[in-house]
Design a protein around this ligand. Structure first.
Ligand SMILES: NC(=O)c1ccc[n+]([C@@H]2O[C@H](COP(=O)([O-])OP(=O)(O)OC[C@H]3O[C@@H](n4cnc5c(N)ncnc54)[C@H](O)[C@@H]3O)[C@@H](O)[C@H]2O)c1
Length: 420
């Protein structure tokens, strides 16, 4: 809270603090209006509906003007901040407040903390869209060029100008797509292992087909269970057929994929008979070593050392990949970016244009990538453990369609749905 107000000095005859706010868009069928009203009450405020116009067709936007009342200015500010995240904008608007960062690596006190929902800021009376929408960032403003962008704390430079407080900001909440009755049409649906999976897989396949045929871009984030469960051929099929435009993973997926290419094992277990192989536990280390000696994954493919598998298919189909490091990595492979801040920066660059993210069997990388995605990116999380999917949604990637299943039948079903 920064003390700046719009019409915060406004009180009613009982001495309570009031603010008029407006909501526009698909606020009824996306359940935005009920959420806003509920939040006002939950936080201890009251509302009166000044005006409400409900669209008569499904595609028509609706409009509501509410008078929000609270006993103290602090409570009113808390309510306005909270409902602002659902697109409630004060009728009386001011420009955003800007402050210059006084040091590298930290925002000015009271900085506006972003969500993953598209946001605008107001400068000289004009609304300007914020680029690179991402949660848990600040908004850096170039007032001369009238541009604004999300910036993580680690990238703040002394002298950068940041938005402070809530005034002059406006959020566009994600609306349910009209006419959609599939998995992507129902937001915040609960995660359950008892859902009809074939229906969800069909919806995911349809979305992937739309992305491949239009201007969409599909990101796959994968964990090593893809290899351990014998599913890597399914992922390779998707890569070869243009259904993967970017791959994010850690050291493990690439290592075990390469281990299978070199030794026919994954973590020393034979991929043909499922039994352990003598000295098999060394296979992944020897695989990493061979790639180190070749100078990396791409050189290994170019030298004919690595001739098959997911990483090979990424290289030979020009699918860019990013391997982010973690504390438990063996080796790691030379391609792994071990500086996590640098890995995040590179991920942000590679996420440009991504419209759909398939996060498969990795808690670490799914949550890391989920944090970087704007809410408008369609996200799918596939994991055998419901807690992974729930965690992802709880950490803000609320738009996630969750599928609790073994990765193998999921990928097999997806490949069958998509065909060649
Ligand atoms: N040897 C190595 O270098 C090595 C080995 C393992 C992990 N790592 C690294 O550690 C980090 C975390 O690894 P991670 O992503 O494997 O672990 P993680 O714990 O983040 O995620 C593993 C996920 O896979 C899920 N899972 C397991 N079996 C599954 C199945 N059959 N179907 C669907 N989901 C399944 C689990 O429920 C879990 O959510 C990564 O960066 C990875 O590269 C390195």
């Amino acid at each position: 809270m920064n003390g700046e107000r719009t019409s915060m000095d406004q009180t009613n005859s009982s001495g309570e603090y009031v603010e008029d706010v407006e909501l526009t868009g698909h606020i009824i069928d996306s359940l935005i209006l009920p959420k806003v009203l509920d939040e006002i009450i939950q936080l201890g405020g009251r509302f009166e509906t000044d005006d409400i116009q409900i669209g008569s067709q499904r595609s028509d936007p609706s409009f509501a003007r509410l008078r929000v009342t609270a006993e103290t200015p602090e409570l009113l500010e808390e309510i306005l901040q909270s409902i602002g995240q659902h697109g409630a904008v004060p009728v009386t608007q001011t420009d955003c407040r800007l402050i210059v960062a006084d040091m590298d690596g930290a925002f000015p006190d009271g900085f506006y903390a972003t969500t993953n929902q598209d946001t605008d800021i107001r400068i000289d009376g004009d609304w300007i869209p914020v680029a690179g929408q991402e949660m848990d960032c600040g908004i850096r403003v170039d007032a001369a060029n009238r541009t604004a962008a999300c910036v993580p704390m680690s990238d703040v430079k002394e002298g950068n100008v940041f938005v402070v407080g809530r005034a002059g900001t406006r959020v566009h909440p994600l609306e349910r797509e009209t006419g959609r009755h599939d998995a992507f049409g129902f937001m915040n649906s609960t995660v359950s292992s008892e859902k009809p999976k074939a229906v969800t897989v069909r919806a995911i396949a349809a979305e992937m087909r739309r992305a491949r045929e239009g201007d969409g871009k599909i990101l796959v984030v994968g964990g090593p269970a893809i290899v351990h469960t014998g599913s890597r051929e399914h992922l390779s099929h998707l890569i070869r057929h243009g259904f993967v435009n970017v791959l994010f993973a850690g050291n493990a997926l690439a290592t075990h994929d390469i281990e299978q290419s070199f030794y026919g094992t994954s973590l020393g277990i034979s991929m043909t008979h499922g039994g352990s192989i003598e000295e098999g536990h060394e296979h992944h280390l020897r695989s990493i070593n061979r790639i180190c000696r070749a100078g990396g994954i791409r050189p290994a493919v170019e030298q004919g050392v690595l001739t098959e598998g997911v990483m090979h298919d990424c290289v030979s189909n020009d699918v860019p990949f990013l391997l982010a490091g973690s504390i438990r990595d063996d080796g790691p492979l030379p391609d792994v970016i071990t500086d996590v801040i640098e890995a995040q920066r590179e991920m942000r660059r590679m996420l440009d244009g991504v419209t759909m993210a398939l996060m498969i069997a990795t808690t670490l990388h799914s949550i890391a990538v989920g944090n970087l995605l704007p809410a408008r990116v369609k996200a799918v999380c596939v994991d055998i453990n419901p807690a992974t999917v729930t965690k992802l949604a709880d950490r803000g990637t609320f738009q996630t369609v969750g599928l609790v299943t073994d990765v193998e039948p999921f990928l097999r079903g997806l490949v069958e749905e998509l065909g060649g």
